[in-house]
Design a protein around this ligand. Sequence first.
Ligand code: 6PG
Length: 265
Amino acid sequence: MPLKLRIVYHVVPDSGALARRAAEYLVEKTEQIAKSRGQARIAISGGSTPKEAFALLADPAQPWRKRMPWDKLELFWVDERSVPPDHPDSNYRMTREALLDHVPLKPDQIHRILGELDPAEAAARYEADLKKSFQVDAAGLPRFDLLQLGIGRDGHTASLFPHSPALTETAHLATANHVAQMNTWRITLTWPVINQAQDVFFLVGGADKAPILNQVLAGPVDRERLPSQFIVPVSGILTLLLDQAAAALLPATDAEGRGLLERSL
Ligand code: 6PG
């Protein structure tokens, strides 16, 4: 039976507004989750887009640091490069520099993917951490409360790259993925885990992402070529926070900057 996906996108003028919107979304959702469930387990992505939002969360001069219920937060990553935690390419290092070094999260609230290990070992260790941290449901899948994704110009999300082996991995929660296009290894959540999250949102900015967003959201389904199309949350809702440049090829939004697409997948 085809899945009906409701794609809600919020468009803001530029990259600065996008970072502020992302900070607000992260805090607002975490406050709600912490209030209703007592604990918020959130998975974040790497790359450059989220970095500015993380810095806003950490900035004591901004409203978000004092609002965030840090003591209720458990932080996980969607993916990691197969590098040590102090490597320039490390998603953990980016997050530590922008956020973790400046906020009151304790070590046991931070679930780092051990990129310094052999990729398969790192994936296995992360899967064990997930199984320990979540009471997995009958489907054996952890349900993140909130999960943030980015999208690459090639249509990848997390470390689910076009035509890469991880696209067919559904038996594990996390996997090592060899990315032939870059001759590198990554560790990534698998798409069934991503889809299980209560709230999945993409954070995308920049004119260079407009074509791929349009292909992924409104073009023909071709998941091997456009792995972001694997992201069909079980909630039936997918949220996107976009700047105008990234949203340029999507249908126009309403006066509040809100757009809606519906797809059967
Ligand atoms: C990573 C991310 C990746 C990222 C996209 C977009 O490890 O790089 O998890 O999936 O979200 O590549 O990255 P930008 O935000 O830098 O465009």
